[in-house]
Design a protein around this ligand. Sequence first.
Ligand SMILES: Cc1cc2nc3c(=O)[nH]c(=O)nc-3n(C[C@H](O)[C@H](O)[C@H](O)COP(=O)(O)OP(=O)(O)OC[C@H]3O[C@@H](n4cnc5c(N)ncnc54)[C@H](O)[C@@H]3O)c2cc1C
Length: 437
Amino acid sequence: MQRAVVLGGSFSGLLIARVLSDFAEDVVVLEPNLLTAEGNRPGAPHRRQLHALLAMGQLQLERWFPGIVEEMANDGAHLGRGSAVQFYVDGRRRPAMNDLQMIGATRPFIENSVLRRTRAVSNIRFVTGRAQGLLLHHDRVRGVRYTAGTETTATEIEADFVVDAMGRSSRLTTWLTQHGWPAAPVDRMRIDLGYATATFRRGDELPATVIVHSAPGPASNYLASACEPGALAAVEGNRWSVVVAGYHDYRPTADPDQFRARLRRCVAPLQQVANHCALEGEIDTFHFRESRRLRFTGLERFPAGLAVSGDAMASVNPIYGQGLTLATLQASCLSAHLRSGASPREPAWGYFRRTDRVVDAAWSLSTTADLAQPHVTGPYPRAYNVIRWAGDRITEASVKDPVINRAFMNVLHMRQHPRTLTRPRVLLRTARVLLDR
Ligand SMILES: Cc1cc2nc3c(=O)[nH]c(=O)nc-3n(C[C@H](O)[C@H](O)[C@H](O)COP(=O)(O)OP(=O)(O)OC[C@H]3O[C@@H](n4cnc5c(N)ncnc54)[C@H](O)[C@@H]3O)c2cc1C
């Protein structure tokens, strides 16, 4: 392949560019707002929210940028392992896992590390510009139209392969339908989630705790009132990044007193931060209306030389921290697709089939849990009541039993497909653990 163009230079776009650098002579990343030296970027408020990178995401990141995790640690990120990584459900702490490591760092820090490594790849270059549409020739994408900076006249760039990594605001569907192509079917689940992230000065109020994640579960019937959902991570610059979440009419606001009050109703480490640490700066809120995925495999026609990645393809409830990891897995799917000898002159069906499997896994985990919220009204998958009942029992058993916990956490960290939780030995052990109580 001579030239590939990636639309969007955020987390997903950078990983896709890295993958394409193995197959194309020239890889262009088109992005209107590249990260500044401070790691900020206009027009993407979700980047200011606490971002956890799941274990599978870390593994995949190392695959594409060997040594990057150590580099991040050298640059000030915190690596939490074993008992320093604390997951709670209904206020009860899960057993620790010695082989689980997570990175404590802000999203701009993680993204900046990936950007630095991507910039170091000799056949990747960055163009500051906003894509305005596709150039199509018969059934094939042959490039992109974009505007640079404040210019109003569009420039064209030819490409053999184009990847949409423009996030949730991608206009790809509009562009394609304007050219007479069908729109991909969309699955949606309205969840009405509110997020609020604050930064606190970090002292020695907690031992080596790096990551804490607290979620509601079956014992509280998933309502936030039993123990507030929230998370914290020790991040670069001696700070705690802390998030609280709530649904529907219980969404958190930017009020510092309310934020502290909610932390005090959360698990012990978050209470400690509320009681002992000074707030730095403003509290950032974010409203996440719906989980959404585009099913490209549901199409009968799709142009050759085009693929989609990251939130532009699927964006699920962020409370489960899957978005970045999903992007790393999609990048690996693209690599597998191109390594299989697939031609960019054909529609990328093989890529879409591969990504369907990983998106299915993320979607089923997050939507099954979301449907337990009283205000979420569907759509329900087939046999939802059975799935929900079994899921609740496995969650209960996982807090008590390290073996079930490992199976559960491997799914949560996207190391295993949720289907693995229905294996007979997991179900039998769950029954034994619960009958023993
Ligand atoms: C509140 C919140 C909390 C989250 N927490 C987590 C978490 O803890 N862990 C986790 O893994 N995930 C989390 N996520 C999800 C994660 O943020 C997303 O999955 C991730 O940002 C997806 O990256 P992306 O590159 O696909 O899209 P984005 O990060 O949205 O980037 C899209 C890029 O495309 C560019 N762009 C847009 N239009 C154009 C155009 N016309 N031309 C060129 N470029 C364009 C934009 O400038 C932007 O840089 C969270 C999300 C939210 C909303």
